[in-house]
Design a protein around this ligand. Structure first.
Ligand code: ZN
Length: 327
């Protein structure tokens, strides 16, 4: 980008078109893509607040959740390498929020940078210095999922739902509600197959059909998958082409079908960074979740999505890796 020539052209056109008494207005850019127009005399002020006069030479394109291409202005050096690069749907995150209600789309790789300057994922603010826990619910959506979502919403908490593709279309409103309140939808295969015993072709189709079904309903492309039964190997990680999410607290709710035992298993082993495994297809898990959500908040934990947890603690989840006990 030839700054000098553009600068000179701008000056010439400015003098040619602008009455002498009008102060020139300058377009300023923020690293998240916002632009504002300020008077020339104000440029110094905005510059001191982290706005930039010349950032337009480093732009990337990405898909927003509606599948439309958007331009994002990027100012950090590593991203300059990606100038002109179009992010795939699977590489984009849906939304980042600021305290004043602004919403932006950010490539996955940019999320940690934004979080460090006080943007946050989903609907609630995340304090990176405080303990956090990720509740996860597998195998649904099911008839108990809505009640769990209502409880999460009531307490402004979030969780991750690893859904089966075949169940997704049966509960489209449930999935949309989950996304609207900041929950994350993960991929738990189409029909709960053992991926470690599946052919490469079957792994790919189980994963991609589920991702597409979730995207069609919610407009958000899943970023994480959980292999059914926790069964994975190198081939599964490679063919799934998504980060694999295991767990650090196994409530065994599917086995005990006992609300109190599910609650106790969490109380006995939860700690900062825990990924807790539950199943929203079993009736006793609903009241367990409804008691655990306020309990964990009272203990000082922030209830976050798995992506938020891994963004905060691992700088994001990497494709081809599995994250579980102690990550
Ligand atoms: Zn499962």
């Amino acid at each position: 980008m030839h700054f000098l020539s553009i600068f000179l052209a701008a000056i010439i056109s400015c003098y040619a078109l602008t009455p002498v008494f009008a102060e020139k207005s300058v377009t300023m850019y923020a690293s998240d893509g916002r632009t504002i127009s300020v008077l020339e005399s104000e440029v110094g002020l905005y510059g001191s607040l982290g706005w930039y006069e010349h950032i337009y030479d480093v732009t990337v394109s990405m898909h927003n959740p509606n599948g439309e291409l958007e331009s994002v202005y990027v100012d950090d050096a590593p991203q300059k390498l990606k100038e002109g690069y179009t992010y795939a749907k699977s590489e984009t995150t849906q939304l980042m929020f600021s305290d004043d209600g602004r919403v932006i789309y950010v490539p996955n790789v940019q999320v940690p940078a934004y979080m460090s300057v006080n943007w946050h994922r989903c609907g609630g603010k995340l304090d990176l210095s405080r303990p956090m826990v990720a509740l996860t619910f597998d195998d649904g959506p099911a008839k108990y999922t809505d009640a769990i979502l209502s409880c999460l919403e009531k307490y402004n908490a979030r969780a991750t739902f690893f859904v089966q593709g075949k169940n997704a279309s049966r509960y489209p409103e449930t999935l949309k509600h989950a996304v609207n309140i900041g929950c994350e939808i993960g991929n738990h295969t189409w029909s709960h197959v053992n991926l470690s015993k599946s052919s490469a072709e079957d792994i790919k189709s189980q994963i991609s059909s589920t991702n597409n079904a979730i995207y069609e309903i919610t407009g958000v492309y899943p970023k994480l998958f959980r292999p059914p039964g926790g069964a994975y190997n190198g081939s599964v990680l490679e063919k799934a082409n998504m980060p694999a999410i295991m767990w650090s607290v196994d409530t065994l709710d599917w086995k005990t079908r006992d609300t109190q035992k599910t609650i106790s298993s969490v109380k006995n082993s939860v700690k900062d960074g825990s990924i807790i495994l539950m199943h929203d297809i079993h009736a006793p898990t609903q009241p367990a979740a409804e008691q655990l959500i306020p309990y964990l908040l009272k203990q000082g934990y922030q209830l976050v999505t798995v992506s938020e947890l891994l963004d905060a603690r691992k700088g994001g989840a990497q494709i081809g890796k599995a994250y579980g006990n102690g990550y």
